[in-house]
Write a protein that binds this ligand. Structure first.
Ligand code: TMP
Ligand code: ZN
Length: 415
């Protein structure tokens, strides 16, 4: 029985995505050859989602050791325009609302190469990055953003406090749902922000996840799927409260930015918090049937996307994948899409190019191949950047190319 990681109640299984390779376990040529020869095995683990009837938590079942998952050497934070402009606006709002006094400090968890912290630093704010991947932390340090290569927890938070003092802001963008030891991280954040600081997390929003069928955002690194109501319950256990929440609909398929303070701060609470909790009630997020219906839609998605791809292929079309995000591993492997349907995938991340995708073993090529090879169709695996990518690839479309956008519903652009 899988216990809820927030309240320890028994949970209920509602979605099985099968035995799945690790989403960021890209393979180089040498390892792929060994796997093909049978000298090495590609690791696979069951990928299942559970719902807690008591507190509303949605979580994956099997938790692998963080060292296996998160010392992620290939994940370079996106240089997409969508994310960059979101971060710039977010930083401005944080400075305006939470960093009005002099001599302030911002700590970022999962700070990657330090892009967000640099914006604070350029405004004279002290910054400290926490980034477990050593090679990526090294890039940040070289760029002048002081970054510690450790996991964020109670112990490392204390060390940071001793060395750098209290933080006015701790921010974690798309890391909180990846944290295994919620207890230790929250205690660490609580102590580091003290009475007046704020803990800010940006996470995918469960409402958008369900409504837009974003099943492929489930992978072994993504442990928790939160509603505002469940987050409120979670932070309340630590005498903390959500003081504000913003929706960011165009970020990773729909995200929320949640602002959390110690209760002792007596901060004013935005009406947006209760408005979203009300929305979650209307969307029946506390009803198990909502999750069963979701799983049913996921199953139907698989049938439909396979039909679309097989029909196009039968008509003689050449199809490739666009983007090699972590979620492409889930979508391709759950649906059984491999080399019989796609020729290769393109991605603009240098650390991914030349490697092979987990499970499907499709080769990741640079995005120069879009026009070089001009396939008839691209399955848009990085669908969260649909607008940006389709705009950027106008020349490909002008020459007759089309995108198959899989999520939130399968459609072809231009139609
Ligand atoms: P993410 O959703 O985890 O940020 O991953 C998006 C992936 O898509 C990442 O590997 C980079 C890739 N990508 C491109 O190849 N071209 C683009 O224009 C954009 C925006 C992303
Ligand atoms: Zn629970």
């Amino acid at each position: 029985m899988v216990k809820c990681r927030i309240c320890n109640a028994d949970t209920e299984l509602f979605l099985s995505l099968g035995d799945m390779p690790l989403a960021n376990n890209f393979l180089n040529k040498k390892i792929l050859e060994k796997i093909n020869k049978g000298d090495e095995k590609e690791e696979r683990y069951p990928l299942e989602l559970f719902f807690c009837n008591n507190c509303g938590m949605v979580q994956i079942g099997e938790l692998l050791p963080p060292q296996k998952l998160f010392i992620n050497y290939i994940y370079l934070a996106s240089n997409s325009e969508t994310i960059k402009s979101h971060i710039a606006l977010l930083v401005n709002r944080i400075m305006h609302n939470y960093l009005t006094s002099k001599d302030t400090m911002v700590v970022e968890i999962g700070s990657n190469t330090g892009h967000l912290l640099k914006l604070f630093k350029d405004n004279g704010i002290k910054v400290l990055g926490i980034e477990p991947a050593k090679n990526i932390a090294a890039i940040a340090n070289r760029n002048g953003i002081e970054t510690k290569s450790v996991f964020f927890n109670e112990k490392t938070a204390e060390l940071a406090k001793k060395k750098h003092g209290m933080a006015d802001v701790i921010i974690g963008r798309h890391v909180f749902a990846h944290i295994k030891d919620l207890d230790s991280s929250i205690k660490g954040a609580r102590s580091l922000i003290g009475k007046n600081g704020v803990f800010i997390i940006e996470i995918p929003y469960l409402v958008d996840f369900l409504e837009r069928n974003e099943f492929d955002t489930v992978y072994h690194e993504h442990l928790s799927y939160f509603s505002v109501k469940t987050l409120k319950f979670l932070f309340n256990k630590y005498d903390m409260e959500i003081v504000d929440v913003e929706r960011a609909l165009d970020i990773h398929g729909g995200s929320i930015v949640v602002y959390i303070k110690n209760k002792t701060s007596n901060a004013k609470i935005s009406s947006r918090v209760s408005e979203l909790i009300k929305l979650e009630k209307e969307k029946k997020l506390d009803d198990f049937k909502t999750y069963v219906d979701f799983a049913d839609r996921v199953f139907k998605f698989k049938e439909k996307i396979l039909n679309v791809l097989k029909d196009l292929k039968k008509q003689g079309n050449r199809i490739c994948g666009y983007g090699a995000p972590a979620k492409s591993t889930t979508l391709l492997n759950y649906c059984g899409i491999g080399a019989d349907l796609l020729d290769f995938v393109v991605d603009n991340t240098p650390t991914k190019q030349g490697l092979h995708l987990p499970g499907s073993h499709l080769l990741v090529c640079s995005d120069e191949h879009v026009l070089k090879k001009q396939p008839d169709y691209f399955l848009l695996l990085a669908w969260n950047f649909a607008n940006e990518i389709i705009k950027k690839e106008s020349e490909y479309i002008k020459r007759g190319g089309k995108f198959i956008v899989p999520i939130p519903d399968i459609h072809i652009v231009p139609s």
